[in-house]
Design a protein around this ligand. Structure first.
Ligand SMILES: Cc1ncc(C[n+]2csc(CCOP(=O)(O)OP(=O)(O)O)c2C)c(N)n1
Ligand SMILES: [Mg+2]
Length: 646
C-alpha cells in the first residue's frame, strides 16, 4: 500500500478536493461537479497552523486544489455555503474553517440554518487540545462536570452529522461519513467535523486510495409499488386535488415532470417558500405561495382541497398556516418525500418515500397508461382555478402600481425590482416583512430565480447568502444577476460580507429598505396585542423608558455601505422614488461591480391579504385592553386549527 506522510489537515484538504457529486439533470444528462469546490476560513489559534497551513501549501503546490476565500464573520461563511448550495441544487457546497472557541461558536447559527433548510454545509470548527496538556487554552470552555466537553458539542443538536477527530487515524472514517451525509438527499444539512488543534497538525501515513477521486451519486429512490398504487388511487378519486410543492422539487430538479403532471391532470399547484420557482408565475395552474404568507388564490383552493399532494415539502407552520390551511373534513394527504420524516408528517395517510422526479415520472407514466384514471379535473374546478388566479394577478398588479407617495410602500418597491430585473435574475431574502410580501407578490420566472431562506428566516443571511448564490452561479458559468433585498434590521445584524464582495469583485445588487425598525414584527406585535413594543428603532425616551418615541435615529446605512468601498445609489424620497429605483437597478445591472441601493419606505403599508393565519400565542391574561382583544381574536382563529393534517 502506497502512503504519503501528511498532517491531518493536509490530508483532509486534499481529500475534500477529490470528492465529486454525480447526478442526472432534468434533461437526462450526467452532471459531475466538485462536492467541495472551495473553503472559507477565518484563522486564529486552532486552525492557523493546521488547516491554514494546509491551505497555504495547497495554494503554493496547486492553486486549483482547494481555493480559499475570506469572510468577515464565521456565521457568514456558512450562509455563503448555503447560498451556493441552493444554486447548485445541493450538489456542491463550501467548507467553513473556524478557530477555537468564539470562531467556532459563531458558526452555530449557520449550522442550524443549513440543517433546517436541508441544504448542505461542511463545518470545520477547531477544537481545544485532544491531549489536554495545555488546558485550559485561550478561549477554552471548562466544565468541571465533564472535562472532555467543549463548545463544539453545541454543534451536535444542529448538525446532521457530528464527529471529532480525536486521533489522526479517525480521519478516514469520519471524512467518508461526512461526505455520505452531505450528499444524501434525505439526510443532508450541516455536517460538522471538529478538529482539535494539536491533531490538525499531527502527521500520519495516508493511503493513496483515500486521496483518489471519489464519486458520490445522488440517491434517487423510486417509489415502492404499493405506495405508488395508493397514491394513484387517491389521486384518481379526487374531486378537488391540490399540489403543495416544496424545495425538494427543485433539489430533485423535477420542475419539468411537475409541470407535465400538472398539465396532464389539471391539478393546481401552490408552493412553499423553498418551492418558489417550481413553476413560472404565469403558468395557468400555478397559484403562487400557499399558507400563512400565501396568496388568496392558493389559500382558497387549499381550504377546499380533498386530496393534497405534497411534493418535497417539510410542511412547516407557514405552509400549513399553522394547520388551518386545509379545511376539507375528509382531506387525504399524499406526501411524496425522499425523507421518511417528512413523508410521514402530521398524520399523512399516504406517504411515498421517494425522489420527487422519479415519482412524478411514474405518476405520469401511469397516467399515460390510463392508470391515474385519466384523472382530469372537472371543468368547473379548472374554471375556478383560472378565476382565482386572475383575481390574484389583478390584486398584485394593483399592489405593484406606483403610488407616488414620498415614502413608497414595500409592495410597490417589490414591483419596481420585478420590472427592472431580468426573468432569470435571482432574488435573495430571508427575514422581516419581505419574505411574506415576496411569497405573495414576487412573480418567479426561473427555477433558480427565488431564494428566500425561510426555514430558519435568519436575519443577516441576505447579503452573505446572496454572495454565496452569486459564487454558485459564477462557478457554473452563469452570468445572471443576484438581487439581495434586505431590511434595515437585518442589515444591521450582519452586513460585513459587503467587504468580501468588494475584495473579490463579486457583483451583487443589494436593495436596502430603510423603514427604521421592524415593519414585520411591529405589525405582528400590533396584531397580538403588544403594541409594537421594542420594534421601532427610535432614540431612547428616558421618561417613558422605552423606544416608542418619534425621534428616528441618525443612522446612514448608505454611508455605511460606501465606507466598505461599495458603489452606492441613494433614492431620494419623493414622487419619483419608484421610477428612480427602477433606473438604479438598471444602472446596477449594467455595472460590473457590486451596487448598494438605499431606499426609504413606509413600514405601515402592507401587502394585500392572502387569508393565511399564523399561530403566535397571545397572553391569556393582561392588564392591556389591546392584549385582551387580541386574545379573543386568537381564540377564534385557533378554533380552525387541526391537530393533524390528514
Ligand atoms: C437572527 C434573528 N433574530 C431575530 C429574528 C426575529 N425577527 C424576524 S423579522 C425581524 C425584524 C426584521 O427587521 P428588518 O430587517 O428591518 O425588516 P422589516 O421587518 O422592517 O421588513 C426580527 C427581529 C430573526 N428572524 N432572526
Ligand atoms: Mg426594517
Amino acid at each position: 500500500m502506497t502512503t504519503r506522510r501528511m498532517t491531518v489537515s493536509q490530508a483532509l484538504v486534499e481529500f475534500l478536493a477529490r470528492q465529486w457529486t454525480v447526478d442526472r439533470s432534468g434533461d437526462g444528462s450526467e452532471i459531475r461537479e466538485r462536492t467541495i469546490p472551495g473553503m472559507f476560513g477565518i484563522f486564529g489559534h486552532g486552525n492557523v497552523a493546521g488547516i491554514g497551513q494546509a491551505l497555504k501549501q495547497a495554494n503554493v503546490d496547486d492553486p486549483e486544489l482547494m481555493p480559499y476565500h475570506q469572510a468577515r464573520n464565521e456565521q457568514a461563511m456558512v450562509h455563503q455555503a448555503v447560498g451556493y448550495a441552493r444554486m447548485h441544487r445541493r450538489r456542491g457546497t463550501y467548507a467553513s474553517a473556524a478557530s477555537v472557541g468564539p470562531g467556532a461558536t459563531n458558526l452555530l447559527t449557520g449550522a442550524a440554518l443549513a440543517t433546517t433548510n436541508r441544504l448542505p454545509a461542511l463545518l470545520l470548527p477547531s477544537d481545544t487540545f485532544a491531549t489536554r496538556v495545555a488546558d485550559p487554552v485561550l478561549q477554552q470552555l471548562e466544565q468541571p462536570h465533564d472535562i472532555g466537553l467543549t463548545v463544539n458539542d453545541a454543534f451536535r443538536p444542529v448538525s446532521r452529522f457530528f464527529d471529532r477527530v480525536q486521533r489522526p487515524e479517525q480521519l478516514f472514517s469520519i471524512a467518508l461519513s461526512a461526505m455520505r451525509v452531505l450528499t444524501d438527499p434525505a439526510e443532508t444539512g450541516a455536517v460538522t467535523i471538529a478538529l482539535p488543534e494539536d491533531v490538525q497538525a499531527e502527521a500520519l501515513d495516508v493511503p493513496e486510495e483515500f486521496l483518489q477521486p471519489r464519486e458520490w451519486r445522488i440517491r434517487r429512490p423510486r417509489p415502492e409499488r404499493d405506495a405508488l398504487a395508493a397514491a394513484l388511487a387517491a389521486i384518481r378519486g379526487a374531486q378537488r386535488p391540490f399540489i403543495v410543492a416544496g424545495g425538494g422539487v427543485l433539489y430533485s430538479e423535477a420542475e419539468t415532470q411537475l409541470r407535465a403532471f400538472a398539465e396532464a391532470t389539471g391539478i393546481p399547484v401552490g408552493s412553499s417558500q423553498a418551492g418558489g420557482g417550481v413553476l413560472d408565475w404565469d403558468h395557468p395552474q400555478y397559484l403562487g405561495g400557499v399558507g400563512a404568507t400565501g396568496t388568496l388564490a392558493a389559500n382558497r383552493i387549499a381550504a377546499e382541497a380533498d386530496v393534497i399532494i405534497g411534493i418535497g415539502t417539510r410542511y412547516s407552520d407557514f405552509t400549513t398556516a399553522s394547520r388551518t390551511a386545509f379545511q376539507h373534513p375528509g382531506a387525504t394527504f399524499v406526501n411524496i418525500n425522499v425523507a421518511s420524516f417528512d413523508a410521514y408528517k402530521h398524520g399523512t395517510q399516504i406517504p411515498v418515500i421517494a425522489d420527487a422526479r422519479e415519482t412524478l415520472s411514474e405518476l405520469l407514466d401511469a397516467h399515460g397508461r390510463g392508470a391515474a384514471g385519466d384523472l382530469r379535473v372537472d371543468p368547473s374546478y379548472a374554471e375556478r382555478i383560472a378565476r382565482e388566479k386572475a383575481e390574484w394577478d389583478a390584486t398584485v398588479d394593483a399592489a405593484f402600481a406606483p403610488s407616488g407617495l414620498a415614502l413608497p410602500g414595500q409592495p410597490e418597491i417589490i414591483g419596481a425590482v420585478q420590472r427592472a430585473s431580468a426573468p432569470e435574475d435571482v432574488i435573495v431574502q430571508a427575514a422581516g416583512s419581505l419574505p411574506g410580501d415576496l411569497h405573495k407578490l414576487w412573480r418567479v420566472r426561473d427555477p433558480l430565480g427565488y431564494h428566500v431562506e425561510y426555514a430558519y428566516s435568519c436575519m443577516g443571511y441576505e447579503i452573505a447568502g446572496g454572495l454565496g448564490a452569486k459564487r454558485g452561479l459564477e462557478a457554473a458559468g452563469d452570468e445572471r444577476d443576484v438581487i439581495v433585498m434586505v431590511g434595515d434590521g437585518s442589515y444591521l445584524m450582519l452586513n460585513t460580507e459587503l467587504v468580501t464582495a468588494v475584495a473579490e469583485g463579486i457583483k451583487i445588487i443589494v436593495v436596502l429598505i430603510q423603514n427604521h425598525g421592524y415593519a414585520s414584527i411591529g405589525h405582528l406585535s400590533e396584531t397580538v396585542g403588544s403594541e409594537r413594543f421594542g420594534t421601532w428603532y427610535r432614540s431612547y425616551d428616558p421618561e417613558a423608558r422605552n423606544f416608542q418615541g418619534e425621534q428616528i435615529l441618525p443612522v446612514d446605512l448608505a454611508m455605511n455601505a460606501r465606507s466598505y468601498g461599495m458603489d452606492v445609489i441613494e433614492i431620494t424620497p419623493g414622487e419619483g422614488a419608484i421610477p428612480d429605483l427602477e433606473a438604479a437597478i438598471a444602472q446596477a445591472k449594467a455595472s460590473d461591480r457590486a451596487t448598494f441601493i438605499h431606499i426609504n419606505s413606509d413600514p405601515l403599508i402592507y401587502a394585500p391579504d392572502g387569508a393565511g393565519w399564523w399561530d403566535v400565542p397571545v397572553p391569556q391574561v393582561s392588564t392591556l385592553e389591546s392584549t385582551r382583544r387580541a386574545r379573543a381574536e386568537y381564540e377564534e382563529q385557533q378554533a380552525a386549527q387541526k391537530p393533524l393534517l390528514g
